[in-house]
Write a protein that binds this ligand. Sequence first.
Ligand code: GLN
Length: 500
Amino acid sequence: MSELTRKSASELAGLLQSGEISSVELTQAHLDRTAAVDEQVHSYLHVGPTAALAAATEIDKRRAAGEKLHPLAGVPIAVKDNLTTTDAPTTSGSKILEGWMPQYDATVVKKLRAAGMPILGKTNLDEFAMGSSTEFSAYGPSKNPWDLNRIPGGSGGGSSSAVSSFQAPLAIGSDTGGSIRYPAFVTGTVGIKPTYGAISRYGLIALASSLDQIGPVARNVLDAALLQDVIAGHDPHDSTSLPESLGSMTNAAQNADVKGMRIGVIKQLTGEGFQPEVSARFSESLELLKNAGAEIVEVSCPSFEYAIAAYYLILPAEASSNLAKFDSVRFGLRVTPEGTPTIERVMAATREAGFGPEVKRRIILGTYALSSGHYEAYYGAAQKVRTLIQRDFNAAFEKADVLVSPTAPATAFRFGEKVSDPLAMYLNDIATIPANLAGIPGISIPNGIAENNMPSGIQFLAPAREDARLYRVGSALEKMHEDLWGKNMMAFAPELEVSN
Ligand code: GLN
């Protein structure tokens, strides 16, 4: 493997700026790595060498001409396949969008292009981002590079596996209930769900619009911060986009310090239900933070008990209406049934053939929850729980500057273990969902090896608009870990066999 693919995005940015490497060389090194390992890992649904190398060539030319470029200019990146791209198909992991070429770039994609970051390809995901393992992708699952028999997390398992198998230094994910943070937890990487509205959702294929948020996937906190600074900012195309800037995440990551910081351990997200080694690593990190001058306090969020139940009503309700547009008329697949092809029958046949089992399950659930006669009992009640969860957070943030928990209860499971039991799959989301329901930011950073010799992670949460706090504490703990372990977490990952 080229040593270049092992380096962090910030190191690569330095090498590009000093002229030691070119973007073409760097982009090619990552494309070569993909050619060598992606048959096993299956991070990508689409690899775009031509477009990526063209973007790299352009950046190299502009640099040679002395133009002042963005700090990350020339650093390649992978993008989750639920963001629209004009030069690559966009499927959202679904058969119903097979072959669809969008007419416009998502705002985040535009920002990556404007910063001069070549897009390597589009990464795999559970169909329409519904799932925790990529087993619901219509195109087959991605694998966890730490153990190819285990899941890379979901829905963004393509992005997490691309970054953790050194096919990309950075990737874009989306997090509706944990799809950035859970994959980070199981692959030893860093993932952030920014404050709701901090990143434009324009061009993100909506799952649940009140929960969805785009965010960075990286191998260290500084790289994630650099990426958040590229993609953040107000967008008139997204009416929920925040008008104000949240400041520089890069500065926050570079000013890592926890002295005097009050860190609240969420009582309901520790102990029972969490694997012993996940909990042990969690306690060890609390000790490190305490020794570095943080004040560890306990906070209680009693309504979290109902978070999964509320989420799995609100999400299907919104998803059932968002997915109504996939009707065979405007996008992708069209199936014409035998007999008289009325519009209703064409739509029904297309949706029957185009949607997978989890998507159908949630459309049915959501349509039912929104139906008259049941609306108040289900959707209405779930919205009330959502308010209670927000109040729990408000009370907790009176006592603490950031909150902390393990990112998920257990390290990566094996393929097939949960796919036929939707409830078991949903329970993985216990620690990540509350942040989406409240619109607050969360970060997952690597937290050492736990059960089955697999990585685990720790999650910090901050009040809305205080994303910078996450970068400060995340970067501080990462530094403590590296001092303790002598290296970045990803240096412990086993080498993949390379095919030529
Ligand atoms: N596991 C969650 C779900 O299936 C995560 C979804 C997401 O964040 N996109 O809904």
